[in-house]
Design a protein around this ligand. Structure first.
Ligand SMILES: [Mn+2]
Length: 268
């Protein structure tokens, strides 16, 4: 048997959309993404911890890049690791209301063991949420940024099982070092002023039509905005979180059947 590789145009190819049925009593649901949690940014971690403990939402969705880097679920077994600490916080929060997690381009190696330990439900990319309000398509957003050609090539490679197995076969310390160097490369690229790609308009339309969802919520671009796409159709972009001595950026997207608002985590 021969296998042929079909290079279909991602802008017009209907994606496989996973379905999620919300609970009938959900009235308030929160969305966050791109917190880029890391031990060297304790104030962002603290704001997230406080938010998880206090939020009045019926469900919380974390749509990727929750962590600056995730080098493998075995990091959870390292005594006193940052990963284990975060999983513990999530587990506590998950006892109060359901938590959902979708990976981003930084934490795509977060796997089933992480989900199990943190008490969260994993979501595949993209997923459409059915609930009391309009259908909402959920994505991290990186797959839609077709303009970032170099990244799309890395994405295709790094989501393959073979690539992941090869990386995960390295000792944890080696993977931590790889994670660090990948991060500094991406920092350099950011500082070089290379423009950020945004979601491709045609691909966005294809995805929303396939999902039959009038709303799309995604992160990744760090360009929070409400984009009107047509009659009652919206692309709603989440904010990243970054809190240190000089910056205070953190936002929760709170959604009710009537609409949405952007609130500070301490008001959630
Ligand atoms: Mn991202």
């Amino acid at each position: 048997m021969t296998e042929s590789i079909v290079h279909s145009d991602p802008r017009t190819t209907a994606p496989q959309v996973a379905q999620l049925q919300g609970a009938p009593d959900w009235r308030v649901i929160d969305f966050i993404s791109d917190l880029h949690l890391q031990p060297t940014e304790p104030q962002t971690v603290q704001a997230w911890r406080n938010y998880l403990q206090r939020s009045t939402a019926d469900a919380i969705f974390m749509l990727g890049d929750l962590f600056e880097v995730w080098v493998g679920d075995d990091a959870l077994d390292e005594a006193g690791s940052f990963e284990a600490e975060c999983a513990g916080l999530l587990r506590e929060a998950a006892q109060k209301r359901p938590l959902f997690f979708m990976v981003g381009n930084r934490d795509f190696l977060a796997g089933n063991e992480f989900l199990r330990r943190s008490g969260m439900t994993g979501l595949t990319e993209p997923t459409v949420l059915h609930w009391a309000g309009p259908n909402i398509l959920l994505s991290h957003g990186d797959a839609l940024c077709l303009g970032d050609v170099e990244y799309q090539q890395f994405r295709a490679l790094s989501r393959s099982a073979a690539w992941q197995q090869q990386l995960l076969a390295q000792p944890l310390a080696v993977r931590r070092a790889i994670g660090k160097s990948a991060r500094s490369e991406s920092e350099q690229r950011k500082q070089s002023g290379a423009p950020y790609a945004d979601a491709d308009a045609q691909m966005t339309t294809t995805w929303m039509q396939t999902a039959q969802a009038p709303w799309l919520i995604h992160g990744h671009t760090h360009q929070p905005a409400d984009h009107a796409l047509g009659k009652d159709q919206w692309r709603i972009v989440l904010s990243d979180w970054h809190i240190d001595a000089s910056t205070h950026r953190a936002e929760v997207l709170r959604v009710t059947p009537e609409g949405w608002l952007r609130i500070a985590p301490e008001q959630a």
